[in-house]
Design a protein around this ligand. Sequence first.
Ligand code: FAD
Length: 408
Amino acid sequence: MSAVRRGRVAVIGAGPAGMATALSVHQAGHEVLLLERYPRARPAGNILNLWPPPIKALGLLGVDTTDLGAPCYTEFRSAAGRTRVRVNLPGDVVRDYGGGFIGLLRPDLYARLLAALPPGVLQVNRTVDSFDQDETGVRLRMVGGETIEVDVVVGADGIDSLVRRTLWGDTPKREHHLHIFGGYTFDDTVTAERGLCLLSHSRTVQGSWTAIRDKGRDGFQWWVLGAHDARTEFTGDPHATAARMGAGFAAPLPQLIAATDPAHVQRWVLRDRKPLKRWSKGRATLVGDAAHPTSPYAAYGAGMATEDGYFLGRRLAGVDLSDHSAVRAALEAFEGPRKPHTARQVQQAYALGKIFHHAPAPLRPLRDALLDRTPFLQKVVGDSSPGEIVAQIAAIDETEARFRAITA
Ligand SMILES: Cc1cc2nc3c(=O)[nH]c(=O)nc-3n(C[C@H](O)[C@H](O)[C@H](O)COP(=O)(O)OP(=O)(O)OC[C@H]3O[C@@H](n4cnc5c(N)ncnc54)[C@H](O)[C@@H]3O)c2cc1C
């Protein structure tokens, strides 16, 4: 490694973005503090799928990705079973990363990220209350009164990010007026195809399922998603509501929902924020949902959060963090390529939610005829996703070659 002063970086929030950032910054040779407000890094939810680029990034960050999940091929279908989209990734990508879309449970991902973190990096019960910065450094004020001084601060603090608000002001969340119910089961009496991630849409509901693997066990996760007025409180029973919403879909979705322990069913409302023009200011930047809050419709928020962390740490390698202009240049270089990629995913997820769940009733038959009889959805989703994925893998390869040259 070149003789560059070891800098000090604070990462706020121990979700996928924060843990990936901490690992990458540590590998870049800087001291890193990962500050989490809760008593542990707790997974926000259960179900998860990851595309190959985050799997690749995780491996490079030293996370054990062996048998992390079930490799799945992804299709979109109508509720009647007509195929609308095939997400065809190149054969070498499928081979190298264990399949197209990997189905797993979130707690296992967290456990593996935590296992890769060097001792002492994660500090829990540490809530950042505010911060200020100048050209010489950043001062974090912790709840409880302590002040921490660092060279760079990274906001990995989720959709309601304090760092984002401090840098760029408060903006309202964008309500999608949708809610999602998701669950998982290892009940092997339900017959479902392994190796498949199936996203189906009826006139108003998305009903989807995918194979998963968790700690050596094979199972399935599922989710149903539909319109919900975000101003009204949901008072129903999540499992019963999910069963009702999934009832009109082809097997095995209704059977998977029925086989799920109600304790393994969760509900979320969908919201995001419009993409920011800039993420970084001075010595502070954003990663993950803090930078680009992403609706679950994308099924890529945790994946992009992981990629962000990987790329940011790599950009800080070889940088003297006491040098304000060098920090500025590194943060600009980090966010430049990340913004268009993440903004496309955020906006596409928002648009798909509108098309599938908020189309006026008279237009729905027309919409479905368009989706069934034209290549529209294949072009918009099926062909663009592989392109984005291949481009991210190429960006990681290029970044890794540069990182190796710096740290050799
Ligand atoms: C139902 C559902 C399904 C999803 N499915 C997928 C999927 O299949 N694939 C996928 O890639 N993504 C999926 N996502 C999206 C994904 O979960 C998020 O995009 C991802 O968790 C964002 O990670 P993050 O690290 O940026 O933020 P978060 O996970 O929100 O973590 C932020 C962390 O910061 C901490 N924090 C906040 N403020 C402070 C503070 N002041 N001081 C200290 N700590 C603080 C929080 O406690 C938290 O631990 C899904 C989301 C949902 C809701």
